[in-house]
Design a protein around this ligand. Structure first.
Ligand SMILES: [Zn+2]
Length: 566
């Protein structure tokens, strides 16, 4: 491809509104152009990289035995009503209607659509196992699209779904998908760690995320240096410090003037935070919920949402707090009426806690569960934090930021039961199919490739995803020897199955070199009168910056050598 004809507009300066390195470089290298919040156009070079990432995914999915299909993006809303996700997806689901006012949704994901297909095609145990995948556009009305290609409203996803006769067979399908993912991320140059992930309100069994560890990630990951346990903070288990022991003493009201926080309260009474009860108020699916947990712990809002099978969770607003008669800073579940009370076992099992008296400037001492208060639901809702003890080995957990690159999930029979995906076993008995699902975001993968592979001058593409193998900078192209050499090298590369981008523009060498670094193609060949005088072509490896003059007939071999290690 000749750059003089290529639709490409590089930028000298990083755009002001781009924070992440990948976002800045995608814009500076001219790979994408925003159309609206979370919606991007891809230019020819950007699209070539997307196609290469898709090719890696396709090859590895095919290698794992999965079969490619294509499902529609436009779904009758009844499909989503059947699974109940028209409600649980909330406002994330894009909804529209046709000219006859019939409801439709744009596919945010495809469990429903693939289940429909499976229900029409899978009949007997002989049809199982099967794993289907597609690489297709998804639409999600994200509240906060961000980070260039990190969180989009329209994006491409490789989504795969496995169908098995039972959970044991699913284990094998899951393992194959897991291995395919490991190869995909390795080839794309994105280092990932598998971590235990939240399965969401719908349940399911195992769920793991492939996390790219980066300071710019929006997920918090807890890692155990002792045993290697790794989990998303949303899901992470930990060993809570033991409660302070004792025997239940009589309830006693104490004045605690202006001591609203756990720190203020425990300092004033000279007690450990473990001897207090913390109260947190939420509005969950529109209803007030009172949550209590031991004072040294925090509430994990995702776990809370899951135990309540809720869709929306937000802090209770002042109006609701006042209407409920809650006294912020002095609230407890003692005598509380008119709202659901959820408690972590830490608050239930501890004796003689200090908890609010539901009266300004007063607390109770010696508060005990059962005698003084009750909960509607007792469930594990504590948040694991840096320094907490690992549930498996006791070592102090560490935290890292990360970005979710892929997700593998044992769904079970939730969708097959809702959507009627059944098979007949060898004795003619009908069973729901056991499903798994597996996703990778393609644009996010592109962003992560750049986050991991760049320097101050630009992108450094790994060989498997680079838009072109070789970047040829031609200088003094008006000279016949340069022109002939460019044509000769182009033909030699083509014959070797290598692709080249040729900078034949009339710009200065400085501009061409800057653009070459920015575009990040693994090998740069400079064809100039000076290099030819010195005996050949200047070969420069983008990643190391190493430069040498290579004789023309040896250039293809040299290019191959660099690509093999890039
Ligand atoms: Zn551990």
């Amino acid at each position: 491809m000749r750059m003089s004809r290529l639709l490409l507009k590089t930028l000298r300066e990083p755009p002001a509104d781009a924070d992440l390195p990948s976002h800045q470089l995608l814009l500076r290298a001219g790979l994408i152009t925003p159309l609206a919040a979370g919606i991007y156009c891809f230019t020819p070079v950007g699209w070539r990289v997307i196609r290469r990432i898709e090719a890696i995914i396709r090859e590895e999915m095919d290698r794992s035995g999965a079969q490619e299909i294509h499902l529609p993006a436009l779904h009758p809303i009844e499909l989503w009503e059947q699974s109940g996700r028209d409600k649980s997806m909330g406002d994330t689901l894009f909804r529209l209607s046709d000219r006859k006012e019939r409801g439709f949704a744009l596919g945010a994901t495809h469990e429903e659509a693939v289940s429909f297909l499976a229900s029409r095609t899978i009949q007997s145990y002989r049809d199982l196992p099967v794993t289907l995948y597609q690489i297709q556009t998804k639409f999600r009305d994200e509240q906060r699209p961000r980070g260039g290609l990190i969180r989009l409203r329209e994006f491409t996803m490789k989504d795969a779904y496995s169908f098995d006769a039972d959970w044991e067979a699913l284990d094998e399908s899951y393992r194959l998908a897991f291995e395919a993912y490991t190869r995909i991320f390795q080839r794309a140059g994105v280092p990932v760690v598998p971590v235990e992930a939240d399965s969401g309100a719908i349940g399911g069994k195992d769920s793991q995320e492939f996390i790219f560890l980066t300071e710019n990630g929006e997920d918090e990951i807890l890692l155990c240096p002792g045993c290697g346990y790794a989990a998303n903070a949303e899901k992470a288990d930990f060993a809570k410090p033991p409660a302070v022991a004792g025997t239940a003493a009589p309830l006693e009201k104490v004045a605690t003037p202006d001591r609203k926080t756990i720190a203020e309260l425990s300092g004033f009474l000279d007690i450990d935070a473990r001897q207090t009860a913390k109260a947190v108020f939420y509005r969950i699916d529109g209803e007030p919920v009172f949550v209590t947990i031991r004072g040294d712990l925090d509430v994990n809002e995702i776990k809370l949402k899951n135990v309540l099978k809720a869709t929306e969770l937000e802090p209770m607003d002042d109006g609701m707090v006042r209407a409920a008669g809650l006294v912020a800073g002095y609230a407890s579940a003692i005598g509380l009426k008119g709202m659901k009370i959820v408690a972590d076992p830490s608050a239930v099992d501890a004796v003689n806690l200090v908890a609010g008296a539901n009266e300004v400037d007063f607390h109770f001492r010696n508060v005990n569960y059962g005698r003084d208060w009750q909960a509607d639901l007792v469930a594990e809702i504590a948040l694991a934090r840096r320094g907490d003890a690992c549930a498996k080995c006791g070592a102090a957990l560490e935290t890292r930021r990360g970005m979710e690159m892929g997700h593998v999930f044992k769904l079970g029979t939730m969708y097959s039961e809702a959507m009627g995906v059944q098979y007949l076993d060898d004795s003619g008995e009908r069973h729901p199919v056991v499903m798994g699902c597996y996703g990778i975001g393609v644009e996010r993968m592109l962003a992560a490739v750049i986050e991991e592979n760049h320097d101050a001058n630009g992108i450094i593409w790994p060989t498997d995803v680079t838009p072109y193998d070789v970047h040829i900078v031609a200088l003094n192209l008006e000279q016949a020897t340069v022109q002939e050499t460019v044509t000769g090298i182009e033909a030699a590369l083509d014959a070797a199955g290598l692709t080249a981008l040729i900078d034949d523009r009339g710009d200065s060498a400085g501009i061409k070199f800057k653009d070459a670094d920015l575009l990040g193609i693994p090998v740069r060949l400079t064809i100039s009168p000076r290099a030819l005088e010195r005996g050949g072509i200047e070969v420069r490896e983008r990643r190391s910056g190493a430069t040498e003059i290579v004789a023309i007939e040896a250039v293809v071999a040299k290019v191959r050598e660099i690509l093999a290690r890039s």
